[in-house]
Design a protein around this ligand. Structure first.
Ligand code: FES
Length: 180
């Protein structure tokens, strides 16, 4: 009889030890898991931030670039090609841009973008017609960039700075010459 009681007691103790052992194991699993997760997050979050950071920053605005001298300009537009330094995310490049520059009747320097406002072809100035013409679908613009046909909008402009006889071009902006 007392043997039976002792056996029952032993079984109970074994089960409770087993439960304790399981909960200890679980405790260790959770603790190690949490510590591992914490360490991994500590390492990976700065790495992700480092990798993604350039994408969060907007492409650097192009600074003003010296393109020519005022003395070389007349009222007839001339084509000027120049390079700008662009940083966009991880990519740094030096694309070549085109601008059509002229001095207006009051002597102000203006610079137009050659990108046609119809579908983006490159326009040319035709001096015999005193107009910009697009070879793709026949859009035409005045020498101030005003859209005459096909294109829905005037040609964009570059921001212009004149300093000490030199002409500097900056960002492309919507045309304000045609609204004067
Ligand atoms: S892209 Fe210039 S007219 Fe169509």
């Amino acid at each position: 009889m007392s043997d039976g009681i002792a056996k029952g007691h032993d079984q109970h103790t074994e089960q409770s030890n087993h439960k304790k052992e399981m909960s200890r194991r679980q405790f260790l699993t959770y603790t190690l898991g949490a510590t591992g997760g914490f360490l991994a997050a500590g390492i990976t979050i700065p790495m992700i931030r480092f990798a993604v950071d350039p994408l969060l920053e907007k492409g650097e605005a192009t600074d003003f670039v010296k393109v020519t001298e005022v003395s070389k300009l007349t009222t007839t537009p001339i084509e000027i090609r120049f390079q700008v330094n662009q940083v966009d995310g991880w990519v740094e490049s030096n694309p070549e841009l085109i601008a059509w520059l002229r001095k207006d009747e009051a002597g102000n320097v203006t610079a137009l973008s050659p990108v046609c406002k119809h579908l983006g072809c490159t326009v040319n100035f035709v001096s015999t017609d005193n107009k910009y013409e697009c070879p793709c679908h026949g859009a035409q613009y005045t020498n101030e960039g005003k859209n005459l046909k096909v294109a829905p909008l005037p040609l964009d402009e570059y921001s212009v700075k004149v300093d000490n006889g030199s002409v500097y071009l900056g960002q492309i902006i919507p045309n304000h010459l045609t609204s004067k």
